[in-house]
Design a protein around this ligand. Structure first.
Ligand SMILES: Cc1cc2nc3c(=O)[nH]c(=O)nc-3n(C[C@H](O)[C@H](O)[C@H](O)COP(=O)(O)OP(=O)(O)OC[C@H]3O[C@@H](n4cnc5c(N)ncnc54)[C@H](O)[C@@H]3O)c2cc1C
Ligand SMILES: *[C@@H]1O[C@H](CO)[C@@H](O)[C@H](O)[C@H]1NC(C)=O
Ligand SMILES: *[C@@H]1O[C@H](CO)[C@@H](O)[C@H](O)[C@H]1NC(C)=O
Ligand SMILES: *[C@@H]1O[C@H](CO)[C@@H](O)[C@H](O)[C@H]1NC(C)=O
Length: 341
């Protein structure tokens, strides 16, 4: 039975695992992620006081772009059937909407998309497993995590942010050096950076705002605000609010820690919304790799670093930074490796 390792339990990795399982019944799929849970940039955070108070600090809502209307319709239909996606039916102020695009939200939080596909893949997923090195050995890949865990796989797919590929040890530096064109293409990939802050309130708190989300254009710190439970169509749940900083603010404070930046953000929030009660908890997150501002040249969906044994690079950096981009990347990976398993 062919053994496949998918590194990264984000949306792209989860889609790859689910599509592999559907096309190839008899394979052994393993997933590793360095974080404590699934989601990546589609993560859902919970209030430490109340499990039912959640906030999506990364991806906000899913837009089915008209350009993918037919190509990706089965993915949207499947997620709608499973009640993972429902139409966005509250107002996001100042959103740039194309009349032919459809926006969806996730009642159970955006990580439910990723968890759905991981479940479909029937894989064995391990968390707090950070890939450190990858070495070719007797026609397979020997991989090692920073905690010393090891594994041997017939194929490996890496969906980690591109700059982090350059930190991997073992054969990785020499594989990258051997293909100078791929290496220089990877070096061209760029991401925006921003901070996200979540406010979690007690059940019963009312935040009297007419919107569920809004883009702000004239604020020195913030770019987007969402009353997250309302945005997800869960107005009766305990309120949570998500703030995204602008990209210039993210860049300016990139080397600070979330603990250092949090007071700056809270002070600005207090000035913007002086009437809101105090939250029961706060979470600040730095997205060093937020959205892909410059994808891999030509946006090929994936890049094959080694044909045999297969080693493939994937993720939104190889397409574009949204759900459709994750699908494009996952389908490209399938096309490259399914015949080799
Ligand atoms: C603030 C923000 C807002 C966004 N808004 C939207 C939106 O409204 N709509 C939309 O469609 N998209 C949005 N996006 C983009 C969307 O979230 C991404 O395109 C998508 O989640 C990318 O998925 P991915 O699997 O390619 O990458 P990721 O989700 O980044 O997954 C990569 C995974 O690899 C793991 N990893 C990294 N290094 C290692 C290692 N060495 N070993 C093991 N694991 C490792 C990481 O922990 C992570 O889980 C937003 C993103 C952000 C940050
Ligand atoms: C799948 O692979 C994992 C990791 O290599 C191993 O622990 C597990 O026993 C394998 N499962 C099957 C059904 O072969
Ligand atoms: C969604 O549900 C409908 C009705 O049950 C079914 O006909 C359709 O095949 C489903 N679509 C997908 C992609 O699962
Ligand atoms: C939306 O679709 C219609 C019909 O295909 C087309 O005529 C129109 O130009 C599209 N609008 C935009 C903003 O792309």
């Amino acid at each position: 039975m062919s053994r496949v390792l998918v590194v990264g339990c984000g949306c792209t990795g989860a889609l790859i695992a689910a599509l592999l399982r559907r096309n190839k019944k008899l394979i052994n799929i393993t997933m590793w992620d360095k974080s404590k849970g699934a989601g990546g940039r589609m993560s859902t955070s919970r209030s430490p006081q109340d499990n039912s108070c959640t906030a999506d600090l990364g991806c906000q809502y899913i837009t089915q772009h008209s350009s993918y209307l037919n190509k990706h319709s089965s993915y949207y239909e499947e997620l709608k059937n499973a009640s993972i996606l429902v139409p966005l039916n509250t107002e996001i102020e100042y959103a740039k909407n194309n009349e032919n695009d459809t926006n969806y939200v996730t009642p159970a939080g955006v990580s439910s998309i990723v968890k759905y596909y991981i479940k479909e893949s029937q894989c064995c997923s391990s968390y707090q497993m950070q890939l450190d090195s990858i070495v070719k050995k007797e026609g397979s890949w020997m991989v090692k995590a920073i905690d010393g865990s090891e594994g041997v796989f017939d194929s490996v797919v890496l969906t980690i942010p591109v700059p982090q590929l350059f930190l991997l040890q073992g054969d990785m530096p020499s594989i990258l050096s051997a293909s100078s064109q791929v290496k220089s293409n990877l070096e061209e990939v760029d991401y925006s950076s921003r901070y996200a802050l979540g406010l979690f309130f007690d059940k019963g708190v009312k935040l009297d705002e007419p919107w569920s989300g809004k883009y702000v254009n004239d604020h020195p710190i913030f770019r987007f605000i969402a009353i997250d439970n309302k945005k997800r169509g869960q107005a009766e749940s305990p309120p949570s609010v998500v703030f995204h900083t602008s990209v210039p603010f993210g860049k300016q404070h990139l080397e600070k820690t979330p603990t250092e930046v949090e007071p700056i953000l809270l002070k600005a929030i207090k000035e913007m919304f002086p009437n809101w009660p105090a939250p029961s908890s706060v979470k600040t997150q730095k997205w060093r790799y937020s959205q892909v501002s410059k994808p891999y040249p030509g946006s090929p969906g994936c890049v094959v670093l080694s044909e045999n044994p297969p080693l493939v690079l994937a993720g939104d950096a190889f397409s574009h930074s949204n759900f459709d981009g994750c699908i494009v990347s996952a389908e490209a990976v399938l096309k490259e490796i399914e015949d080799k398993l």
